[in-house]
Structure formats: C-alpha cells, structure tokens
Design a protein around this ligand. Structure first.
Ligand code: GTP
Length: 336
C-alpha cells in the first residue's frame, strides 16, 4: 500500500434478529452500486436464505453460513477478506468498501477485534462505522431477555431506531432515553425502513477505539466467546410444491400461537400453481409475505425456511411442513 492509498473502510451492520439490517444493507447497495464494494453476510442457521433477501446487485455478496461470525467463523471472515485482497491485486482493481451484516445474535466485539488484532487486517482495513439497527417495537423485550441486544447497542457509533411506524411518539422519546443510558456517545436516528441518510453512515469514520475500549477494556487482549441463550435455528427444505391453503393455515397457527417463541422466521416458498417465488418473513407476531420474481429457467424450485427462536418444537415444525406438502393431515402437537 502506498502512502496515498487509504485503508479500505469497513461498515459493520449489527442489531438483533429482525431489526432491519438487511433493509439497511439493501439501501447501501443501491447507493454504492458499481463501486467495487464487497458484502459479507453472516447467518445463524445452516442456510443461505439471507442472501436471497438481498436485492440483486453487481457487488460481490459472500455468505458465511452455519455459525456465528463472532464465534466459530471468525477464521472464515479473515480468509474471505484476504482472498478479496489477493483477487483485487491480481485483477488490478481496488476494493473500495466492505460491508458486513452480522447475524442478529452476534456480539460485535469479536468482529471489531478481528480488524484490530490481525496484522494483515489492520494493515489493509479500517472500521468506518458500527451501525446498530433497533426494532423499536420489540427492543424492550429483547433487552430484558438477551444480553446480546444490550451489547450490540453499547458498541454502536450509530444507533438506528427503526420501525418508528410501529410505536407512539411517547415510546419514541422513551426509547431515545433508554438508548442514551446504554450508549451515551452514539448518534441516534429515528427512522422507518432503515432510511438513514447514508452520508451519516458511510465515510464518516466514527468508529472510536477509545469508546470501544471503555466498554471492553480487554478487547485487544483476549478472545471473547459467548453463548446464544439456547437460541436455535431450524431449517426446512423440500423440492416439492407446497399447498397454498395449507400454508395459510399453518402460518396463521405459527404466528398466533407460536409467535412469542419465534424470534425470526423467513424463507422462500415453492407454491403449487405459482410461477413466482414467494418470500415470507416475520418477527414474532408480525408477518409478511410477497410474490417476488418468477423462478428462473433452470433454477431449482425449492422451498427453504428457517425458524430462529427459543424452545422451538422441531417435531411440530416438521409436522407443519409435512402438512403443507400434503404428507399428513394434522400438525399440531399437544402441549407446548
Ligand atoms: N413496519 C416496519 N417493518 C419494517 C421496517 N423496517 C424493516 N421492516 C420489516 O422487518 C422485517 C425484518 O427486516 P430485515 O431488514 O430483514 O431485518 P434483519 O435485521 O436483516 O433480520 P435478520 O437478520 O434476518 O434477523 C422485514 O419484514 C422488513 O420488511 C419498518 O421501519 N417498519
């Protein structure tokens, strides 16, 4: 690297499950179009569903699945970034930016640590901004039940209080105070659909090591591990078409009866008689589905769903899936 060349800026997007990280990533991708940005998405479950929710882009999108970026896949992150550097060098191009979307259960500290402790990473990359997206409707419950939600806010230099449409003005004001209690230094944005002015997030170089070291004085000394509070991810897949009426019955049961324990669920559906892919996703009891693009020629039509939550009843989820495939006529289990 010559003196004139700047380090490659890294934008870290974090925030609890379903808060609006991918929505923000899509905004950034629309903005940086064609500027040689690499996007790294990390998913909790053994699935590539998140990548399917990212809008089609010419930028490079790399998925790190089946593990949490802050635990066992940190090595993958370093390897991917080194590969990107080598490739850009061979092609005579310059990587302009890296955007990393962590899983909703990741602690940002070890990801930050990766860029500070590995010599090659430190030489080539610089953290530009750590943005934490917050689901204004669910954050109180998340903060009470998950230490990780607290950590994500504490490490931010930008807190994006998203989903303002779902809360009252009083609640908005209370949330700002709550955020300031956890992290008095971050800038806070009240938005809907993660619509933050991007000049507040990109090229701002707001990441402060001093701030981070105040929260985690041992950040540069040791490797951190954390547990995911028994949160599990269950992935279901099948090539056969699903019955749309049965899907309606199953989903309304899941949302109304199981919504509390379902932190996040999403997927692509291959529905009988439907030319298009159907995307569905939800956070607890808020659920949405929409018909997306048509299946491409030669593309394998497949349903793939991921459910992330606590105390999930896998047997019952599998029975519901089998019900929609027409294998069984009942899916509800007694009890939990
Ligand atoms: N009502 C409302 N819904 C929103 C808003 N922003 C995002 N959503 C919806 O919230 C859901 C989750 O958004 P994502 O951007 O996928 O969230 P995420 O943080 O990437 O989720 P995971 O990483 O999968 O946990 C989607 O259905 C979005 O359409 C908002 O401001 N208001």
């Amino acid at each position: 690297m010559t003196d004139e060349q700047k380090k490659i800026p890294v934008s870290l997007i974090t925030g609890f499950l379903g808060s609006g990280k991918t929505t923000l990533l899509n905004r950034i991708l629309r903005d940086v179009r064609g500027s040689n940005t690499a996007v790294i998405i990390n998913e909790f479950g053994e699935t590539g569903i998140d990548g399917k929710f990212v809008e089609e882009t010419k930028e490079e999108v790399i998925e790190i699945n089946n593990g949490c970026i802050c635990c066992n896949v940190r090595g993958d992150l370093i390897r991917i970034l080194k590969d990107l550097l080598v490739r850009a060098h061979k092609e005579g191009t310059q990587l302009q930016r890296v955007v990393i979307e962590t899983t909703g259960l990741a602690n940002p500290a070890p990801v930050i640590q990766t860029f500070l402790m590995d010599d090659v990473m430190r030489y080539w990359f610089e953290i530009d901004c750590v943005s934490t997206v917050v689901d204004s409707l669910h954050i109180d419950k998340q903060l009470t039940e998950h230490q990780i939600a607290q950590e994500q806010i504490a490490f931010a230099d930008r807190i994006i209080l998203n989903k303002q449409d779902l809360v009252s003005q009083d609640k908005r004001e209370a949330l700002i105070l709550r955020m300031q209690q956890i992290n008095p230094e971050a800038e806070i944005y009240n938005v809907q659909n993660s619509d933050v002015p991007l000049d507040k997030l990109l090229h701002v170089y707001s990441f402060s090591l001093d701030h981070t070291l105040r929260i985690r004085p041992d950040l540069l000394k040791q490797h951190h591990h954390h547990h995911h509070d028994d949160i599990q991810a269950i992935v279901l897949r099948d090539d056969r078409p699903m019955d749309s009426k049965r899907l309606d019955i199953w989903f309304s049961y899941l949302v109304q009866v199981k919504g509390e324990s379902l932190f996040r669920y999403k997927g692509i559906l291959h529905v009988a008689g439907e030319k298009r892919r159907v995307l569905f996703q939800g956070v607890h009891m808020l659920f949405a589905s929409n018909r997306e693009r048509e299946w491409k020629q030669g593309e394998a039509k497949q349903t793939e769903l991921v459910f992330i939550g606590k105390d999930l009843n896998e047997e019952e989820l599998r029975a519901g899936f089998a019900f929609c495939l027409g294998e069984v006529d009942e899916f509800q289990s007694k009890g939990a």
